[in-house]
Design a protein around this ligand. Structure first.
Ligand SMILES: [Ca+2]
Ligand SMILES: [Ca+2]
Ligand SMILES: [Ca+2]
Ligand SMILES: [Ca+2]
Length: 300
């Protein structure tokens, strides 16, 4: 269950309990507060400080993989929600196909069984992408060589997972082994199969919010979820990687496969969500509701 869904469920039964049994709302509100405290925010970069390599709490140092890619800071209140007059946004301009790659590293983090990485971001193209253009992003492991400068080959061996999206086509999840450069591309890419993904809308030049969820379902299995603009794109079945799945990551990467279109990104957020405690808490809450209902029945 996603965090947003969990909150929605909590809200609905809090309303029900508060309205029918008159229990103090703060007691149940505690349930809502407790869970977010146990999710861990690894990255929260809105670029509003106007600098892509100054680090800081939650921010990453972002580097272009290729010299032929220009990265600039823009003031842009139409990529994602308007955050005010200095709504910094990162702009990536590739000058050739499979050039527009960007990486940012965070502290190495391993998923325990049941935990999920939730990577969310806003993106848009400056000119509508041509047919076949794909926008790529994902979570990677720097494989012993962290990228700390532009135009650096250290990301060539990175392995991990990416999703790629294109106008009027289903997106895809991809496993990248790190055997062939570059990050977000190369012959080391293998599509992950399993379920059914809905077609994307035309990406055009409007802003889109993407949320990629990677969940460690068990010791050997990673499962995948993707939503765009609030709609779940995995329309049926499940996408899973059970063969040599990756669980340790320290890098967010972007790429523009088969495209020279300039794109912008903003509000890059990465959290670790503790799935088991979410379910435990939900069970606790539902249990409390059951007890309160019994109590009410007894009183009547
Ligand atoms: Ca911003
Ligand atoms: Ca910054
Ligand atoms: Ca590397
Ligand atoms: Ca690669």
């Amino acid at each position: 269950m996603h965090h947003a869904e969990f909150v929605q469920v909590c809200e609905s039964y809090i309303n029900e309990v508060v309205n029918t049994i008159k229990i103090p709302a703060f007691l149940l509100f505690g349930l809502l507060v407790w869970q977010p405290l146990h999710s861990q925010v690894l990255v929260n970069d809105n670029f509003n400080d106007g600098n892509r390599t100054n680090g800081g709490v939650g921010q990453l140092d972002w580097y272009a993989v290729k010299a032929a890619t220009t990265i600039t800071m823009q003031s842009d209140n139409t990529t994602g929600p308007d955050e005010g007059v200095n709504d910094g946004t990162l702009q990536i301009t590739p000058t050739g196909m499979f050039i527009g790659m960007l990486v940012g590293n965070f502290g190495s983090t391993t998923l325990s069984v049941g935990q999920s990485f939730v990577l969310s971001l806003d993106f848009r193209y400056i000119t509508a992408p041509s047919t076949g253009s794909v926008f790529r992003f994902g979570l990677y492991n720097s494989n012993g060589s962290v990228t700390s400068a532009d135009n650096n080959t250290s990301s060539g061996n990175d392995f991990g997972y990416r999703v790629q999206v294109a106008s009027n086509a289903p997106p895809s999840f991809v496993d990248e082994s790190g055997a062939a450069p570059d990050v977000t591309s190369g012959s080391d890419s293998t599509a992950i199969t399993g379920g059914t993904l809905s077609n994307m809308p035309a990406l055009g030049t409007s802003s889109h919010r993407a949320v990629l969820t990677l969940t460690r379902a068990d010791v050997n299995t990673m499962t995948f979820g993707l939503s765009l603009n609030g709609s779940n794109l995995v329309s049926s079945g499940a996408y899973t990687d059970t063969s040599g799945a990756f669980f340790t990551f320290d890098e967010i990467a972007f790429g523009a496969g088969n495209s020279t279109n300039t794109y912008r990104i903003d509000n890059v957020n990465l959290e670790v969500i503790p799935e088991p405690s979410t379910y435990a808490l939900l069970g606790l809450g539902l249990g409390a509701l059951w007890i309160l209902r019994r109590k009410k029945t007894t009183l009547q």
